[in-house]
Design a protein. Sequence first.
Length: 235
Amino acid sequence: MNIIAVKDQVEGGKKAFELIRQGIEGNNARVLGLATGSTPVTLYEEMVKSDLDCSHLIAINLDEYVGLKETDSQSYRTFMNEHLFNAKPFKESYVPDGMAADADAECARYDQIIANNPIDIQVLGIGTNGHIGFNEPGAPFDSTTRKVDLVESTIESNKRFFEKKEDVPTQAYSMGIGSILKAKEIILIAYGEAKADALKGMIEGPKTEDCPASALQDHANIYVIADEAALSKLS
Ligand code: F6R
């Protein structure tokens, strides 16, 4: 793993953007796997204010809440539109359909999208419990897209985006760990002390389903961009 220490989220966003720009302009990357949440916001700010042309790129997002319409203010589709796609239109952008009537069909459709558009660069945040995407502890390392139950700590930490905790959906569609591992390059970003244990488990811990991000130890081309607080528990 290539660990890049940054002083704060602004510098982290710039570093992540540099890697993405290099991938697109130097390595012909065309398909970006993208994440939501607080972590990638400064990366998307860098993308938006840059002259990077995204009109030939394909975006495939990691996850979406079950039960939220794409127009819902809290949907991950809305998040992506507001933080990136409205300002930088992509050729195509995919987010799972949280309102799909048939969950199995939706998962198969999403896996087909990933198979048709192999991910060149996957951007990841990490949960305080080591989740990547919404692959919570216990998720198999060879998993593909599926409907998952969110664990209590995830609901607790995501309630900050909602009016009240009861409004946080309890399920999501998530790309699987197996699909994430197939990305040619991974950029995992983590900020703050709350992520320190998860980062230690991912980098130094045993490879175990108890820490989903530890699956990334097998990946040959991964960059970890993190601030001092997130790196503070590494030995
Ligand atoms: C979001 C996602 C999650 C987040 C993680 C960290 O699409 O897949 O794994 O990356 O929960 O969230 P933040 O960045 O809000 O701390």
